[in-house]
Design a protein around this ligand. Structure first.
Ligand SMILES: NC(=O)c1ccc[n+]([C@@H]2O[C@H](COP(=O)([O-])OP(=O)(O)OC[C@H]3O[C@@H](n4cnc5c(N)ncnc54)[C@H](OP(=O)(O)O)[C@@H]3O)[C@@H](O)[C@H]2O)c1
Length: 286
């Protein structure tokens, strides 16, 4: 039976695909437009927009388990088709924003809760994953500045988060998709330790072999520097949540170890593997 991985080009989805394929499972990966999608040999690629499911017969043929991204929009029709097609189990990537104070009733939380509700209403057996601060946020939020200037402006640099390596998120998803053992209703996933944002920059600097100064931004400065792809209300929520996390240790769970059998990976592992994303001269060496 085939495992369907939605968002097969995504940070986490691409790793779920690769790990399933490596382990010899039949995999089908989807993207809204597969023209530019790269999948490992032997993996099928199919076009799919979860919010506008057309001709999903091909995507869902012989599928018994699905890795589902928390897309913005309505997934009811896709999930009804999945159930009709015989899907037995779904792993949904969600976010602690769906339940944390200051977030669950604002846009990020509401969008994730809508997806969870859709899945619950579909009647499909499922597990919801709640990963902590994705290590890839460092690249998303700071990569360009560090590449261009060697320093980084951050609001509330003493806020604490628990960075999780996306390989750990993907490995947990793969375990759940392929084994029934750990299929609880939800799994709260974190990395090994709570760190201040400035500590994370420090670890990036160590991986790069140079100090990366942190310039503390005011709330207003951070709002004024909003990246064009991020809606204002989302940035406002993130800043409020970050302000509330100053001096507050982020939770640590042992779920990665319980599910995968190995300790969660350190942020440093991710940083070492992604030096080129922060230092253009690194990509020239490799
Ligand atoms: N940032 C955090 O700290 C954090 C913490 C906890 C949870 N999360 C969750 O993790 C997500 C980020 O994961 P990531 O970095 O792996 O994401 P990513 O690299 O941005 O990939 C998102 C994937 O979703 C797919 N997608 C979006 N809309 C779709 C639709 N309508 N139909 C089908 N596929 C659709 C995209 O596929 P195509 O564009 O190729 O179609 C893409 O592959 C966040 O959005 C959040 O929900 C984030």
């Amino acid at each position: 039976m085939t495992i369907l991985v939605t968002g097969a080009g995504g940070n986490i989805g691409s790793r779920v695909v690769a790990k399933l394929a490596n382990a010899g499972h039949p995999v089908r990966g989807t993207a809204r437009d597969t023209t530019a999608l790269r999948v490992p040999a032997g993996v099928e690629a199919v076009d799919l927009d979860i919010t506008r499911p057309r001709d999903v017969g091909q995507a869902l043929r012989n599928v018994d388990a699905v890795f589902l991204y928390p897309v913005r929009g309505n997934a009811d029709e896709f999930l009804a088709s999945a159930r009709e097609a015989g899907v037995q189990y779904v792993v949904l990537l969600s976010s602690p924003a769906a339940y944390e104070s200051g977030e669950y009733d604002r846009p990020i939380g509401l969008a994730h809760r809508a997806m969870e509700r859709s899945l619950e209403n579909s009647g499909l057996p499922h597990t919801v994953l709640y990963p902590s601060w994705l290590a890839t946020n460092a690249r998303r939020d700071w990569g360009e500045q560090i590449r261009n200037t060697g320093r980084v402006g951050i609001a509330y640099p003493d806020a604490q988060v628990n960075p999780i390596h996306i390989d750990d998120v993907a490995e947990v998803a793969v375990r759940l998709l392929t084994e029934e053992r750990q299929r609880g209703r939800m799994q709260v996933l974190t990395g090994p330790e709570s760190l201040r944002l400035r500590d994370i920059v420090g670890l990036l600097g160590k991986a790069l072999g140079k100090a990366i100064p942190v310039d503390e931004l005011s709330h207003e400065q951070a709002l004024a520097q909003r990246p064009s792809w991020m809606p204002e209300e989302i940035l406002k929520t993130l800043l409020d949540v970050t302000a509330a996390a100053v001096g507050v240790p982020a939770p640590v769970t042992n779920t990665v170890e319980r599910v995968t059998g190995h300790a969660s990976r350190a942020f440093t592992d991710w940083a070492r593997a992604h030096r080129a994303d922060f230092d253009p001269s690194e990509s020239e060496h490799h």
